[in-house]
Design a protein around this ligand. Structure first.
Ligand SMILES: Nc1nc2c(ncn2[C@@H]2O[C@H](COP(=O)(O)OP(=O)(O)OP(=O)(O)O)[C@@H](O)[C@H]2O)c(=O)[nH]1
Ligand SMILES: [Mg+2]
Length: 442
């Protein structure tokens, strides 16, 4: 399907930068390029030329330009690009000229939408492109790249193949009732459908997906003066929080973002937990408790140079069973508490830096599996879960001795839902939802 109109937009991020690329796609690309590029010339496809962008006698910018003839282009249409100086001026001037000459401003994601409609990429890859553009951290980018190379697709294709073979078993049972007993066919179908439902569900990792997209929430907590703020500063490698030897220094929640092995970690330092706090500190302590509840991992800080205080014991009880690291700080002083006495503990000193690398490793371990599963996008996971539900209904129907052709309806439903992940079955509404999340120019 070839679009009839030609679209243009800034393809690079707006703002200052070395170069700004204006991309044009559609049947008019070559005409528009020739109208603006000086010196006039014939363009060999996929070759970069040096010249100027000139419109109505006015030089807009010195530039490099390229014409890429269909079909070996991002959209599979004719594409032209102007590589201009960065900053808003040159790109806007060229875009205005292009619009005056008949190009239409591209909608968000329209280039990628065309790539999809022209069959160059499938839907889950189109979404991967979008995620790559907005990927927050190295790890999220790698997961998006994995999907771009077809991770979710091949997983879904395998599930579709499995499902088709279940369906053909059902069809055989319906066609040859004399040869294949109903019980046998129904039993086989139910087993296979349940196994596939399990596979689909275990491929969904909502928590991992969230950590990948938004980062891991790690919260430093503990009683006053154990060194939480000092640890935040040491992990963030900058003086974010105020450190004093007075207990109750930190009143509000202080945040710092750090990166561990490509994983984005949102660290929070909280008010020291104690009961006899004044009003302001009291509010701080309540906020600390809330922050702890929302954490992916709690970093429970203890002063290794002192025996456990009642507040320490209360904290350890509160976070029992929660994802946590016990941080035995101040190990540079004569330690009374030792890692061996706790589960998943590490001895550190915020002052000397001892043990800090071990602590970072332990924090990163909580995000280690994020993004490893086959499906990490909310839309894919929702569809896969719906497909799994349909499979379970099919199995239940067969096991209850229901008509096998009714179970087959549920299997078809599951197949349809899987098809929507890869975009084999798409409607306009879905396309609009997905592509409108793109940035213009992609
Ligand atoms: N020797 C030693 N002193 C430390 C260490 N970490 C922190 N301290 C000291 O302990 C005191 C308290 O440190 P903070 O980081 O303010 O402690 P906090 O847990 O944030 O305290 P509150 O905000 O009051 O809850 C300061 O005097 C720090 O210099 C450490 O590893 N070794
Ligand atoms: Mg503090």
């Amino acid at each position: 399907m070839i679009a009839s109109d030609t679209i243009a937009a800034l393809a690079t991020a707006p703002g200052t930068g070395g170069i700004a690329i204006v991309r044009v796609s559609g049947p008019d690309s070559e005409r528009l390029l020739k109208a603006l590029f000086t010196p006039a010339r014939d363009f060999e496809s996929h070759r970069l030329y040096y010249g100027h962008a000139v419109y109505q006698g006015q030089t807009l910018d010195e530039c490099m330009a390229v014409l890429m003839r269909a079909p070996k282009t991002y959209t599979r249409e004719d594409v032209a690009e102007f590589h201009l100086h960065g900053g808003a001026y040159a790109a806007n001037a060229v875009l205005s000229a292009l619009y005056a000459l008949g190009a239409r401003p591209a909608e968000p994601g329209e280039f990628t939408r065309r790539a999809f409609l022209n069959g160059r990429i499938d839907l889950s890859r189109a979404e991967a492109v979008m995620r790559l553009i907005s990927a927050e951290s190295g790890r999220a980018a790698r997961a998006a790249l994995r999907q771009l190379s077809g991770g979710a697709d091949s997983f879904i294709q395998k599930a579709q193949t499995d499902l088709l073979s279940i369906l053909s078993g059902v069809a055989a049972a319906l066609d040859y009732p004399e040869e294949i007993s109903f019980e046998e066919a129904a039993g086989k179908m139910a087993d296979a459908a349940l196994a596939l439902a399990d596979t689909l569900e275990s491929a969904c990792d909502e928590r991992g997906a969230r950590i990948l997209e938004n980062g891991l929430e790690a919260v430093l907590c503990g009683r006053p003066n154990v060194g939480k703020s000092s640890l935040l500063n040491a992990l963030a490698r900058q003086e974010r929080a105020i450190v004093t030897d007075l207990p109750g220094t930190t009143r509000d929640v202080i945040r710092a973002d750090i990166r561990l092995n490509g994983l984005l970690v949102h660290l929070s330092d909280t008010a020291g937990l104690r009961e006899d706090a004044d009003t302001v500190e009291r509010i701080g302590v309540d906020r600390a408790r809330q922050t702890i509840r929302g954490a992916d991992v709690v970093l429970a800080v203890l002063d290794a140079s002192r025996p456990l205080a009642p507040e320490d014991e209360a904290l350890l009880r509160d976070i029992d069973g929660a994802p946590r690291v016990i941080v035995l700080n101040k190990c540079d002083l004569a330690p009374v508490l030792r890692p061996a006495d706790f589960e998943n503990a590490v001895a550190v000193s915020a002052v000397t830096g001892e043990g800090m690398a071990d602590l970072e490793e332990k924090i990163a371990a909580f995000g280690a599996n994020a993004g490893q599963s086959a499906l990490t996008q909310a839309r894919h996971m929702a569809l896969a879960r719906q497909a799994a539900d349909a499979l379970r209904r099919a199995a239940a129907c067969a096991q209850a001795g229901g008509a096998i052709d009714i179970a087959a309806v549920e299997l078809h439903e599951a197949l349809h839902l899987l098809g929507r992940i890869t975009g084999e079955e798409v409607d306009e509404k879905l396309l609009d939802d997905i592509f409108s999340n793109f940035c213009v120019g992609k």
